[in-house]
Design a protein. Structure first.
Length: 94
């Protein structure tokens, strides 16, 4: 689920590690290009088991996600913008 090497959109996860809530955001590197919106988020554990999935239609380039129901561990957060998937690791520590 990697983004195209020609795509200049970055995914950020703040805070990381997260204890209760984290924010994801997609930003374009070029200032003249409109930011992309988060369409779908999937969180999986180390074994690839889906722990969270949500779809968004509000057109926002950032979303807040609660992780208080996830155990302390490392997860993969995958974000879809309608064209490309981007993934980052997230550490959950309560």
């Amino acid at each position: 689920m990697a983004a195209s090497s020609l795509d200049s959109t970055t995914l950020s996860i703040i805070p990381n590690p997260a204890s209760n809530l984290f924010s994801i955001s997609l930003k374009k590197a070029a200032t003249h290009v409109k930011d992309v919106s988060v369409k779908k988020v999937i969180i999986t554990d180390k074994l690839g088991n889906k722990k969270y999935e949500a779809s968004y239609t509000n057109g926002k380039s950032s979303q807040n996600i609660y992780v208080n129901n996830l155990r302390n561990d490392i997860y993969t957060v995958s974000v879809f913008d309608g064209q490309n998937w981007r993934s980052e690791k997230l550490s959950v520590k309560h």
